[in-house]
Design a binder for this molecule. Sequence first.
Ligand SMILES: Cc1ncc(COP(=O)(O)O)c(C=O)c1O
Length: 336
Amino acid sequence: MRDPSKLWLDKNENTDPALSAVVTKVMRSLPSEAYYTYPDSASLYAKLADILELFPEQLVLTAGSDGAIRAVFEAYISPGDVVLHTNPTFAMYGVYSCMYGAKAVTLDYRPSNNGPLLLSAEIIKAIAQERPKLVCLPNPDSPTGTFYPIRELELIMRAAQRVGALILIDEAYFPFHAESCIAWTRRFDHLVVARSTGKAWGLAGLRIGYAAASPEVAKILHKVRPMYEVNTVAVHAFQRMLDYAGDMMDSVKRLQAGKDLFLSEMERLGYRTLKGQGNFMHVAFGEQAAKVHAALEPLVYYRKDFNEPCLKGFSRFSATTPDLFKPIIQRISEVS
Ligand SMILES: Cc1ncc(COP(=O)(O)O)c(C=O)c1O
């Protein structure tokens, strides 16, 4: 259990108090049917489809975006199939490759002056060589924070199409990174886009996310869903939260302001930083690392270091508001 008196910046959750207040208000407004009835998610499908300008038949609600990722593996991957994914990336890509007996081919990010580096051309080449059944690519990726501009993403997607691979583009960090390829699901039937509510929406604990794809692919994903794909509380809460998209966007802006403040203060203190495109960022405390970690211990949870060469020596902090960052900045300044 994490200590509630510390700040939780270790799992890329949304710790913005103003958004939490909106979520709490919504949760308190739920009718008692949200608890005593089995889920009926038809109206959430319709509302979400309307917002995304897709057909409801293109969507699959899942237990977090992790549920969408798992559904793709369950529906498409048989033992021995090749799955191509980046490294490091969201840990469940490796876990599900293992669980479903896939042969995982991983493409490593290299260290560079600008942080982890993997060229889109290298991914395209690997797709052509390995002819995978599935390509998994979070955009932006985690924990690297790296992203491919939409033009390059399109080239990667078309490379997957050429070899008959399905490509899963994981947009867990939308709209921290606002560019999306969800509209492509209207035109391509080898693409799945996974979306989370755990980051921008501040609903990590509710376990609701979704996959968007062509109606044909969504139908295949629906085949592996449990009796009820998501719980009734999550259905009611997310449906109501969709009316508060403005509050969600305001929260994204606050977290981005917090991120900018933290990064500029760390740079002022002489530390190397990586901004990245997610709701998180990296700081290398160098020779001060042991002192800084000791000073922050009573205040905040964060990821202290990485084993992978591309992020070795960097600590990762999830974004929070400028106000919540201030005591952390203060503490780091005192020991720097
Ligand atoms: C890239 C990426 N995808 C998916 C997830 C899973 O998110 P959730 O299942 O909470 O929607 C995460 C969580 O950290 C992530 O970083």
